[in-house]
Design a protein around this ligand. Structure first.
Ligand SMILES: [Zn+2]
Length: 428
């Protein structure tokens, strides 16, 4: 019998989720009356992704109430960084007198690059050209010791992080113009704070118009990366960078999919659910939300009756990728074909992944739930840090998903020699 994957690092992510929630509450409440998160200035890459809109898709563009701070709704609220085209990511390596950077600051940079840039290129089918930029190639020393900022898990933006952002802007000096960048990555020296095995401090403050201003723009979208997500399995060099695309996912407006129970709602099917362990991709819903799918690649099954659709593997560029079955204005079922390839290294049973999206459910509360085609099977993977139960969740040809209450039936009818699947959606 193989050992259980060490899941404790994932559970510890709870605190980071709470931090995001706390800060976003502040951002929303302080921007009331001035428009939701609109204070970002040009140059910070504000506004939703440039979604190609089609009238046929309108019933599938679900949305949440304004009280939802980080919603799965489409389109994404304004204030987050652009997720298509060329995105300039100011990347700073930061240290402290009580946690001095060890070795070359660029070695810290290379723990995350070029992998993060490649991850986004692959996930976006080349639609996001992510450019990490390092105008300062040494450790940027903060004026106060690390312990003075009060950084711990669940720490809110005020006062510690606000001070940190101010100090970073001041220390960067006139050589860095924050108007030139869409988002900021702060790569902390790994000796600042606890090991990620004990506590994950990495956190993102996103869409925050109340952030300190530098060069006339609010530093509204910042990801802070601490420690090393090294589970001791010997894979840090190939998988340790994955915390950064997760944190940057928040900068682009994506919520956390893991909950108090860890990754049990979505498993390893999205990097916003699990960013430890083998590489994974984003859900098709997130790719649509980020502007990485054309309207021709998305089908909206809103009408009564029966209709058939072809789906091509999500990892492969081009072709139909997503069928959405709306239930009402804020929820629906998404269907996509997941196979091993591209960023999806750990798919052990390919097939049609079916999940419910609820735009009214906030980050970290379970906005997405994957339906398991084989419940209580204990899954098909034993890869470290991969949620096992949902690893065999996809539906195979011949299998059927039913929601009797909503009178919806989804049949996976066939797979062809090219690896494409056919599904039939029936709405009574
Ligand atoms: Zn997160």
């Amino acid at each position: 019998m193989q050992p259980q994957p060490p899941r404790h690092p994932i559970r510890k992510r709870r605190a980071a989720a709470l931090a995001s929630v706390t800060v976003l509450t502040l951002a929303v409440s302080t921007s009331a009356g001035t428009g939701h998160l609109t204070a970002g200035a040009p140059g910070t890459g504000t506004g939703p992704a440039g979604l190609p809109l089609s009238p046929a898709l309108t019933p599938c563009m679900i949305s949440g109430a304004t009280t939802v701070q980080m919603s799965e709704g489409i389109p994404t609220n304004g204030g987050y960084a652009r997720s298509t085209g060329t995105v300039h990511a100011l990347t700073l390596m930061v240290d402290f007198s009580d946690a001095p950077g060890e070795g070359n600051a660029l070695d810290r940079f290379h723990e995350f690059f070029p992998q993060t840039r490649e991850w986004f290129r692959t996930a976006s089918y080349g639609r996001l050209d992510y450019r990490p930029e390092t105008p300062i190639r040494e450790w940027l020393r903060m004026p106060k010791p690390f312990e003075k900022y009060g950084v711990e898990r669940g720490a809110p933006f005020d006062p510690g992080y606000r001070q940190l952002v101010k100090d970073i802007a001041a220390a960067a000096g006139p050589g860095v113009d924050f108007r030139d960048y869409d988002l900021v990555n702060v790569l902390m020296t790994p000796n600042a704070g606890p090991s990620a095995l004990d506590t994950v401090l990495s956190v993102t403050f996103a869409g925050n118009p109340e952030a300190p201003v530098a060069n006339g723009v609010a530093i509204a979208n910042v990801s802070f990366i601490y420690s090393r997500q090294d589970d001791g399995s010997g894979t840090y060099d190939t998988t340790g960078y994955r915390v950064l695309p997760h944190e940057n996912g928040h900068v682009f407006g994506l919520p956390d999919l893991y909950t108090q129970e860890g990754g049990a709602a979505v498993g390893h099917w999205d990097i916003m659910s699990e960013d430890w362990g083998a590489n994974n991709d984003l859900l098709g819903w997130h790719k649509w939300k980020l502007g990485w799918l054309d309207s021709s690649q998305v089908s909206c099954a809103a009408k009564r009756g029966s209709a058939e659709y072809t789906l091509t593997p999500l990892t492969r560029a081009g072709g139909p990728k997503l069928v959405f079955v709306p239930l009402d204005g804020h929820t629906g079922y998404a269907l996509e074909l997941r196979t091993r390839g591209g960023n999806d290294e750990e798919v052990c049973r390919p097939g049609i992944l079916i999940y419910k999206v609820d735009a009214e459910v906030d980050t970290g509360q379970g906005p997405i739930t994957v339906h398991d085609a084989r419940p209580n099977s204990d899954g098909c993977t034993r890869s470290p840090n991969v949620q096992t139960e949902l690893s065999d969740a996809p539906f195979a040809p011949g299998q059927t998903f039913k929601d009797p209450k909503a009178r919806i039936r989804i049949d996976v009818t066939s797979a062809d020699l090219k690896g494409n699947y056919r599904v039939r959606v029936t709405r009574q």
